[in-house]
Design a protein around this ligand. Structure first.
Ligand code: 3PG
Length: 209
């Protein structure tokens, strides 16, 4: 994911769907709430087909999440993914993204991971699982020797704490699942998802203003 993409999408929902039919109404609900980016994970069999169907939804940037092996990079790109997120850093996954010209956002959890990210030429990483690793204070400490690196924290980010992350200059965006809870998705509670999305966007704006 390029810096401008993160900078223009401060809240990145981590989406799990268990039926591909959920993808487009969910995307519409997020757009109505002011969120124009989605990371659709491959944690369920419906994820890949969901990415494919979201291609029909104008204005939504759709990425793939939970990409673990290089072969999945090819699959998600064929399905239409615009960026690739992984929970950890696998050099082969990143290199495959680079070969195919798609932004990669691997997860890091240590300074050694960051050194590997630097060696791969990356400037942006996911920080996962952010809450358990020490939250904003850990990002601040990790970032110090890695000038120019930016972080998208995920894992334990909520409406209540997103402002603490976004207050850091190294954090242009946060990511999480709280506004796309699978129970809401299954129940088709699209209005509630729109409300949660709008609330998240407002909190993100307030944090950086
Ligand atoms: C992720 O893959 O980034 C996390 O599963 C999102 O974490 P959350 O469910 O705590 O928001």
């Amino acid at each position: 994911m390029t810096a401008p993409l993160l900078a223009s999408h401060p809240v990145v929902p981590v989406v799990v769907i268990d039926d591909a039919d959920q993808a487009v109404p969910l995307g519409e609900a997020l757009l109505a709430g002011g969120i124009a980016v989605m990371e659709v994970t491959l944690r369920t069999a419906a994820g890949l087909e969901g990415i494919r169907r979201l291609g029909a939804l104008g204005g939504m940037t759709v990425g793939a999440g939970s990409v673990l092996v290089p072969g999945q990079v090819d699959e998600v790109l064929t399905a239409g993914a615009a960026f690739v997120v992984s929970p950890g850093l696998n050099a082969d996954v990143v290199r495959r993204c680079q070969e195919l010209g798609v932004p990669a956002l691997p997860g890091i959890s240590s300074s050694s991971d960051l050194m590997a990210a630097v060696a791969l030429g990356l400037r942006e990483v996911k920080f996962f699982p952010a809450g358990l690793l020490g939250g904003p204070a850990m990002i601040k400490a990790l970032a110090a020797p890695f000038g120019g690196m930016t972080f998208m924290p995920s894992g334990g980010v909520t409406l209540a704490n997103l402002g603490e992350y976004l207050a850091l200059p190294q954090v242009p965006a946060v990511s999480g699942s709280w506004m796309v809870d699978l129970a809401l998705v299954r129940a088709g509670r699209w209005d509630e998802i729109t409300r949660l999305a709008a609330e998240a966007v407002a909190a993100a704006r307030a944090a950086v203003s």
